[in-house]
Design a protein around this ligand. Sequence first.
Ligand code: URA
Length: 209
Amino acid sequence: MGNVFVFDHPLIQHKLTYIRDKNTGTKEFRELVDEVAMLMAFEITRDLPLQEVEVETPVTIAKSKTLAGKKIGLVPILRAGIGMVDGVRKLIPAAKVGHVGLYRDPETLKPVEYYIKLPSDINERELIVIDPMLATGGSANDAIHSLKKRGAKNIRLMCIIAAPEGVEVIKRDHPDVDIYLAAMDEKLDDHGYIVPGLGDAGDRLFGTK
Ligand code: URA
């Protein structure tokens, strides 16, 4: 069963408070999301494998460690996911970035991919799907299906805030996918907003409304 990790690091929780605050303006909101994404990336990568290497210091030869070459791919879901990519890339600069944009056809209720562009070797990469808000779980669920259909084997999901409803959908349909969060909130309201949440992440990141 997919695991759910909620990061309680004090810096993440402190910054999240200001992200939630309705009085936080677009510039500060964007900067805080960037910082939280970076801190979350630090936690998410804790289990990356290491290999032992030798390095010549000015004094002697030291046994030391480097990442064992596991390739990472970031897949932000359009559009709010884009707001977290730079923060993650500060810590994982070699990660390739794919993009997925989907919506539900209101008639058929089937997911329609209006944009998808991925690294060619997604089957070899550890993919981190990124979306700040896991609300109903619909978009993340469909994005993960799209990636699996194209050969992705190892997928993690990274969100800032989730509603229990969305987490349950991912756990049900993708039990192989671990979920990483800064907060698990109470519920969804009748409009699909997470309560207490932070409002519309895309609008707050990009200054639209
Ligand atoms: N998407 C958002 O941006 N906010 C929510 O509360 C739910 C979905």
